[in-house]
Write a protein that binds this ligand. Structure first.
Ligand code: NAI
Length: 295
């Protein structure tokens, strides 16, 4: 939500050349906030079709921001973002934030490639993962001291929180450089978390969402009434089921499974209804239907 600050913004060793991998819901948002802060951003997608969808996503979000007066010019910000399909384009980046699918094998393969490609030994190799241990990504590289979690929240241009997640091997200097980038350049607020599934916010939020799904599944109350209850009775900006639709039910289920695997507590176990909805492709807003339907 900041206006572009111009060319001098990066003086004093601040991060200027940003890379993002994945231009989906989160990757596009991260690319947008970085470009809005004045940085030059390279985003890598898996193939041309996905890159095209990523560009459209960025254009729509920035046009909306312009029409709401949040930025002066969508085209100026878009001019700082390149969406490509070649990972080698990340070679000169000072920070790379990975925001691909929440899949451990896909992410470890990517971190091995980033380790080969990114030439600056000081570069921060970050993951936006919600649930995969940062250590698993660090150890597949030759530089686990440069690998950490930088966990943004959806929608990235709107929500100001970022969780900083160093692994046991992350250098303090890496975390501090990330903090400076996130707070001073991007204008976000950082909190520090341990490398444990769910970090702070999801470890509290996901069991809450799962409880709401169980409540609906058992016929205790309707989706609408559960959500209205929390909005009107606890002043939540939206109810837990609407929030699950926003996060994506596949992502919600994946995070629940990671939490369950880590802590083995029943409160983290994904209820059958959530699993069936994901099997059916009812993933929430992004597919037009989840607990609610969307245009
Ligand atoms: P998404 O499905 O919207 O986007 C993922 C993108 O990555 C897709 O566009 C896909 O084409 C691309 N991709 C997949 N494999 C790739 C590869 N090897 N190289 C380049 N691009 C590739 O997913 P979303 O929701 O943006 O999630 C991304 C990450 O952010 C996940 O790790 C998720 O856990 C995390 N996250 C998600 C949040 C949410 O609310 N959805 C919140 C915070 C973190």
């Amino acid at each position: 939500n900041r206006v572009p600050r111009g060319r001098d913004a990066g003086r004093g060793g601040a991060v200027e050349r940003v890379g993002v991998v994945g231009c989906g819901l989160m990757g596009a948002g991260i690319a947008e906030v970085a470009a809005r802060s004045g940085s030059e951003v390279v985003v890598v997608e898996g193939d041309d079709a996905a890159a095209g969808r990523g560009r459209t996503r960025l254009e729509q979000s920035l046009t909306r921001a312009e029409s709401r007066g949040k930025i002066e010019s969508a085209s100026e910000v878009l001019g700082r973002i390149r969406v490509v399909t070649d990972l080698e384009a990340l070679a000169d980046r000072e920070v790379v934030v990975e925001a691909i699918v929440e899949d451990e094998a896909a992410k470890t393969a990517l971190f091995q490639r980033l380790d080969e490609i990114v030439s600056d030994p000081e570069a921060i190799l970050a993951s936006n993962t919600s649930s995969i241990p940062i250590m698993k990504l660090g150890v597949v590289t030759s530089r686990p001291q440069q690998v950490m979690g930088i966990h943004f929240f959806n929608p990235v241009p709107v929500l100001s929180l970022v969780e900083l997640v160093p692994s046991l091997m992350t250098a303090e200097a890496t975390t501090e450089r990330a903090r400076t980038w996130v707070q001073e350049t991007l204008g976000k607020q950082a909190i520090d978390c341990q490398d444990r599934a769910g970090f702070v916010v999801n470890a509290l939020l996901v069991p809450f969402i799962l409880s709401a799904i169980r409540m609906m599944e058992s016929g205790f109350a309707s989706a609408e009434d559960i959500d209205r209850g929390l909005v009107l009775g606890a002043a939540h900006p939206q109810g837990p089921l609407a929030l699950a639709d926003l996060i994506g039910l596949d992502t919600t289920k994946a995070v629940a499974e990671s939490l369950y695997e880590e802590f083995k507590e029943p409160l983290y176990a994904a209820p059958p209804l959530l699993a069936r909805m994901v099997d059916a492709g009812l993933l929430g807003r992004k597919t037009g239907r989840g607990f609610y339907t969307y245009d």
